[in-house]
Design a protein around this ligand. Structure first.
Ligand code: WQD
Length: 321
């Protein structure tokens, strides 16, 4: 039986994908450089420690573990850092896709799932954004995801490989406390950190053209995101073709709504403070998820409360890092 190679499988989202596959008794091997991930997140899956840019290591892993499909999640993901170090992001993120696609094609692998992002859309002027919306990334990070999709699509058109790109919206929550997000970079963990330190959570701008003036995002539970990967693999395994899908709930929540839920779940009610807008933030970005529902039968199962409750249950672990 062949194995699934999960790159970045020791990271936050990757570990959830590994768990979802192991829950189905699928053989998995993880390739991760442990730059942000940790070995104790991969459960019983074998872990190869190293970089996705290491072509020899990638080829050896594919050979040694009889890899039959690849889920490529390993990447640099900090939007702000990508503005300061654009070439580093291009090298890491596009070097990784390139190395894996070349190795996959050389090994005759048919299935490839690529982690993309809602940041490929930039600031779409629509109520809900569909996959056909033209890309308009606003950071080098988003650019690497657009080009990664293009590279995958071109490689798929010219070889045996079929690629599904999954555009994640705002991923949060945890399937179990120990799998909580170890990085404190996004709204929910930042609010937890402020509140547990006795500080006020921050709202970056309350003068946007939205009902309460704060930005609206599509928050999706990481366990739902993991299930979308499984659905994509099943589809490819059954001979399904290449495609690009949004991974969101299709429902928007404002910063104030999220912070109200955080206060409700944690019982920590320090009033948020309003700060200036963060440059480059779209007022609203919410997914249309019709395509993945129609093609793969995937729909999100978890609501905002589940997302915040599960993130909070994982908080003591994540705050230790
Ligand atoms: C959410 C909203 C902030 C912190 C980013 C990437 C995206 C994807 C997900 C990787 C925004 C506001 C935040 C705070 C706030 N990442 N905010 N106070 O920017 O929507 O998406 O992460 O693939 O590509 O761009 O997520 O969690 O940073 O912000 O008011 O303390 O919360 O301004 O409106 P974002 P976020």
């Amino acid at each position: 039986m062949t194995s699934w190679l999960v790159t970045g499988g020791a990271g936050y989202i990757g570990a959830h994908v590994v768990k979802a596959l192991r829950d189905r008794s699928e053989p998995v091997v993880v390739l991760d450089d442990l730059s942000t991930g940790s070995a104790d997140r991969v459960g019983d899956a074998p872990l190869v420690r190293g970089s996705v840019l290491d072509a020899e290591l990638v080829a050896a892993t594919i050979r040694d573990y009889d890899v039959g499909g690849i889920i490529h999640i390993a990447a640099k993901k900090q939007v702000g850092e990508s503005v300061e170090r654009p070439l580093y992001y291009y090298r890491e993120n596009l070097g990784g896709v390139l190395t894996l696609l070349e190795a996959a094609i050389a090994a005759g692998i048919g299935s490839f799932v690529f982690s993309s992002s809602s940041s490929t859309y930039g600031m779409p002027d629509v109520d809900k954004v569909a996959e056909d919306e033209p890309p308009a990334p606003m950071s080098p990070y988003g650019e690497t995801k657009v080009v990664g999709e293009w590279m995958s699509r071109a490689a798929a058109a010219a070889s045996q490989i079929r690629v599904i790109s999954l555009r994640y919206f705002n991923v949060a929550g945890a399937a179990s406390p120990e799998l909580g997000d170890p990085c404190v970079l996004n709204l929910i963990p930042l609010a937890f950190r402020a509140l547990t330190a006795g500080d006020a959570p921050q709202i970056f701008g309350d003068d946007y053209p939205t009902p309460d003036g704060t930005c609206i995002r599509d928050y999706v539970h990481v366990a739902d995101v993991a299930d979308a990967h499984v659905a994509a693999l099943v589809h490819l395994d059954n001979g399904g073709g290449s495609a690009t899908y949004n991974i969101g709930r299709g429902e928007g929540s404002s910063v104030r709504e999220v912070l109200a839920m955080v206060a409700d779940v944690t019982g920590l009610r320090t009033e948020p403070v309003v700060r200036p807008r963060r440059p480059g933030d779209p007022a609203r970005i919410v997914a249309t998820t019709d395509r993945i529902r129609a093609d793969l039968g995937w729909v999100s199962r978890y609501a905002l409360r589940d997302i915040v409750e599960s993130a909070w249950s994982g908080w003591p672990h994540s705050s230790a890092i």
